[in-house]
Design a protein around this ligand. Structure first.
Ligand SMILES: [Zn+2]
Length: 449
């Protein structure tokens, strides 16, 4: 059995009675797993954890495979979100076991209902010895979601799988798990859509003029405004722009992202107070916000840059599932897409002259908006947003960062927020230098920019 997340290792596995050695049936999850014949001499192992529901060892030619089925309690809806969590567990030497790490190499969608979401994710990677950095084995995961649980079927192959072994493992992950439970409707049922509006629309907006939900390829617009259709069109344009800069895998099986579009600003403020728990004053300082699965705003101009900024937050939370790093990361990626290169000239000059917030300080800030409401603090917040955007520009466009940008997004978007040690380690993993080295390159970039 692969050692994973010992923090969570509690209880004893009770093997399903009647399971043959090559098959595991889980009535509660309404799924079963069958090992293919190419896995020879398969034996079912006793598991030390109730979270590992099934465990086998088998031979694949000269290769040894450990195959485990892990199930955690999490209310996730997207198998990719489950993949983030399992991959993070594999990458955490404290959780996975001290001797090996995991470097992800490839990720792809399985376009088949392997759980409630109607699709699954497969992740391939290599595990290296922490002592001598040599590859020890390869790990291959299929992740999926059940009612309030997430599952991962993990194959650990040693030595690392070659091309032909990988093909067998890939096929097993794609076909070996059978799911017979109910499936989510990615397009929302009418009942779900109307129910969501009735539950969350504030008193000032509820009851009157709720329009029929507008569905586009990626969004469902819940609105009482007559501008819903043109707004929906703009959201799709924004989606395309965001996906181009921050790529992610596409499938029609993902749940449409909800957008609350209110007719008036006051209705939006009331919503922000009742649903997001803000004060009215805080709500009044915004035109829209993304939180959890939704984006909420009111109808004014579909071209307002606030929409693409907030749509970026919504996509990072619900498509990329990158929620970490800190405010510099989350606001940086959103502000970078919202602003032009020229918009960042002033802050670049300030960095050059040593007038901007030093990088380590920016990376540590829990929020870029300082508490208080005076002019100076407002300016500082504005500069810090621009600084975060400029930092993303540097990582995406400079010779230093360009090639590693996708790896940067994934790695730093998964580290605990505002944690300087974790951020330093993240930079070291991606660029081979820590915060100091990155800051040095950033200054050089601003000088030459
Ligand atoms: Zn923002």
């Amino acid at each position: 059995m692969i050692a994973i997340a010992p923090i969570l290792l509690l209880g004893i596995l009770v093997c399903e009675e009647g399971s043959t050695s090559a098959e595991y049936v889980d009535d509660a999850l309404q799924c079963s797993i069958r090992l293919p014949e190419k896995f020879r001499d398969a034996s079912q192992n006793e598991s030390s954890s109730s979270l590992c529901r099934a465990s086998w060892s088998a031979n694949l030619g000269q290769y040894r495979c450990d195959i485990d089925f892990w199930v955690f309690n999490r209310p996730f809806k997207d198998p990719e979100e489950a993949a983030q969590l399992f991959v993070a567990s594999l990458q955490n030497p404290n959780q996975w076991g001290k001797e090996k790490n995991f470097v992800e190499e490839e990720r792809e969608l399985v376009d088949r209902p392997v759980g409630r979401a109607g699709f699954g994710m497969v992740v391939h990677g290599t595990r290296h010895s922490l002592a001598n950095k040599r590859p020890v084995s390869s790990a291959h995961l299929l992740t999926t979601v059940f009612d309030d649980k997430i599952g991962a079927l993990i194959v650990d192959c040693s030595p690392p799988a070659g091309k032909s072994q990988r093909k067998v493992i890939q096929q097993f992950l794609e076909e070996g798990l059978r799911y017979d439970g109910p499936a989510d409707d990615p397009n929302w049922t009418e009942e779900e859509a109307v129910g969501r509006w009735e539950e969350h629309a504030p008193e000032s907006a509820s009851g009157k003029e709720f329009k029929k939900p507008i569905r586009t390829k990626h969004y469902i617009i819940l609105t009482n405004s007559s501008g819903g259709t043109s707004f929906a069109k703009k959201m799709e344009e924004n989606y395309k722009k965001i996906q181009k800069i921050y790529p992610f895998l596409e499938t029609s099986k993902r749940k449409l992202m909800p957008v609350f579009l209110f007719r008036t600003a006051d209705e939006y403020y009331d919503f922000s107070v009742s649903v997001a728990g803000w004060t009215l004053e805080a709500a009044r300082r915004t035109k829209g916000h993304a939180w959890r699965d939704y984006y909420a705003t009111y109808y004014e101009s579909p071209n307002d840059p606030v929409h693409i900024h907030e749509a970026t937050h919504q996509i990072f939370a619900n498509r990329l599932h990158l929620n970490g790093g800190g405010s510099w990361y989350q606001e940086g990626v959103a502000e970078y897409i919202e602003t032009s290169k020229n918009d960042r000239n002033e802050i670049s000059g300030m960095v050059e002259r040593g007038q901007a917030t030093p990088l380590p300080e920016l990376l540590r800030m829990p929020g870029l908006i300082a508490k208080g409401d005076n002019q100076r603090l407002g300016d500082m917040a504005r500069y810090n947003y621009k600084l975060a955007a400029l930092f993303i520009e540097f990582l995406r466009e400079s010779r230093f960062g360009k090639r590693k940008f996708p790896q940067f997004l994934k790695t730093l978007g998964s580290v605990p927020r505002s944690n300087l040690n974790a951020i330093d380690r993240g930079f070291l993993d991606v660029y081979g230098v820590g915060i100091d080295g990155v800051e040095e390159e950033f200054l050089k970039y601003c000088e030459k920019r």
